[in-house]
Ligand binder design. Structure first.
Ligand code: PLP
Length: 422
């Protein structure tokens, strides 16, 4: 304990020490329930986060008061709905420090955003013999759309390998960047390993090689401030539901020069300036990429989630989660028979592990009986499982409302699981 005197004030608490997860936890109604007679311990935040009261209220208020179709109506509700929708776009711009709201496209989620870039940007900029470079830790959403593009164009998919800690081998990555590389697609934070990629450096190298860079931010935005200008990428994607917002909404951010030159991904209403049977003139971005009636309530909920994160403080969240992950890592790896998968120097909020002699699904089932929600499986990252020679892992993933008590309960339950099944 630090001793202080009357003339020597105590040092200010660190951001992490000052952070009170119990205060924020109270905002999440879903966390206050029991599962199989035990208080819910929710550690499956990488799959989806729970929603705080302000987000739930914003969506409900939208449907109770403002519900209307956007952009086309002159009546008051339509004007209000449009203001809410465009207000959410402006909130996303601030959230990721994008230069312009016109660069923010609302989509269904990270998956749709990546497919949009692959099919729109990719189909015009990638040809036979060209190369697309990804990393060995990508989610299937950042693998399959590129494989489909390769099938369609005759391009070749290259994969930057990982070391045993689950970090990209940067020398190999650099070697794989060639004059044929048209697109580099990499995750900001790995959902299966927790690795935080050195995106600034990787994007710099890729752009130097003449490639466009897409960053999958699905597992980054809930945990740390993100500045797309500082990252130096061309596209950045994420899903609202993993960042305390509603399901069915997500974001594609793209640099204006690129979006301006891209063809539509889907055709229909909203994305046109004029239509005749002879010729259709497309709208400017972002409308060009938002065919059909958008998920207005989803965007409104995302806007509320962003306001909530700003209110809690994104730097404070990052500092707190960093400390909680260090605590969880130390405690979980001390459980007999546990082996961590993913031990990168830079990690965020994800702890993947296997228990010797017990299948991950069995661990997940026993933990559920004790009220603990973790994920077991391949986490839509089968190549990561292959790289580490395991069929599946258990994954505990943290959010701002998790506590040391949650980790202690998990550790106790893992030890019990070993007794029951080991
Ligand atoms: N990318 C990463 C890293 C993810 O973790 C996920 C979801 O788990 C996705 C992309 C896909 O997100 P969604 O299913 O919301 O489109």
């Amino acid at each position: 304990m630090t001793r202080t005197t009357a003339t020597q004030p105590a040092p200010p608490p660190t951001a992490a020490a000052a952070f009170d997860p119990y205060r924020w936890r109270a905002d999440f109604p879903a966390l206050a329930q029991e599962i199989h007679g035990r208080p819910l311990v929710y550690l499956d935040n990488a799959a989806t986060t729970h929603k705080p009261r302000p987000v739930i209220d914003a969506v409900q208020r939208y449907y109770e008061r403002d519900n209307a179709n956007v952009h086309r109506g002159v009546h008051t509700l339509s004007v209000r709905a449009t203001e809410r929708y465009e207000g959410a776009r402006a909130a996303v711009r601030r959230f990721i420090n994008a230069p312009d709201s016109r660069e923010v496209v609302f989509v269904r989620g990270a998956t749709e955003a990546i497919n949009l870039v692959a099919q729109s940007y990719g189909r015009t900029h990638v040809g036979s013999g060209d190369e697309i470079l990804i990393t060995g830790m990508e989610h299937h959403s950042n693998i399959v759309p590129w494989q489909m593009l390769c099938e369609q164009t005759g391009a070749v998919l290259r994969v930057a390998p990982l070391n045993d800690d689950g970090e990209v081998l940067l020398d190999e990555y650099e070697r794989l960047l060639t004059s044929r590389t048209r697109i580099v697609a990499l995750t900001h934070v790995s959902n299966a390993l927790g690795t935080v990629n050195p995106v600034i450096e990787m994007a710099r190298l890729a752009r130097h090689a003449g490639a466009a860079v897409l960053v999958d931010g699905a597992q980054a935005v809930p945990h740390q401030p993100v500045d797309v200008r500082a990252l130096g990428c061309d596209f950045y994607v994420f899903s609202a539901h993993k960042t305390f917002g509603p399901m069915g909404t997500g974001v594609l951010w793209g640099r204006a020069e690129l979006l301006d030159r891209m063809s539509p991904y889907q055709g229909g209403g909203e994305m046109i300036r004029s239509v005749t049977f002879e010729k259709t003139v497309y709208a400017e971005p972002p409308a060009r990429f938002e065919a059909g009636t958008p998920n207005v309530a989803g965007a409104v909920g995302l806007g509320a989630a962003i306001d909530y994160l700003d209110h809690v403080g994104r730097c404070a969240i990052a500092a707190y989660e960093r400390e909680l992950l260090a605590y969880a890592t130390e405690r979980v790896q001390a459980v007999p028979g546990v082996r961590l998968i993913g031990t990168a120097r830079e990690k965020a909020s994800i702890l993947s592990f296997v228990m010797e002699g017990i299948h991950a699904h069995d661990v997940g089932t026993v933990l559920d009986q004790m009220g603990i929600a973790i994920r077991s499986g391949h986490h839509c990252a089968q190549p990561v499982m292959q790289r580490f020679g395991v069929p599946a892992t258990c994954r505990a993933s943290l959010a701002l409302y998790n506590t040391r008590e949650d980790i202690d309960t998990l550790v106790y339950a893992l030890a019990r699981t070993r007794e029951v099944l080991g």
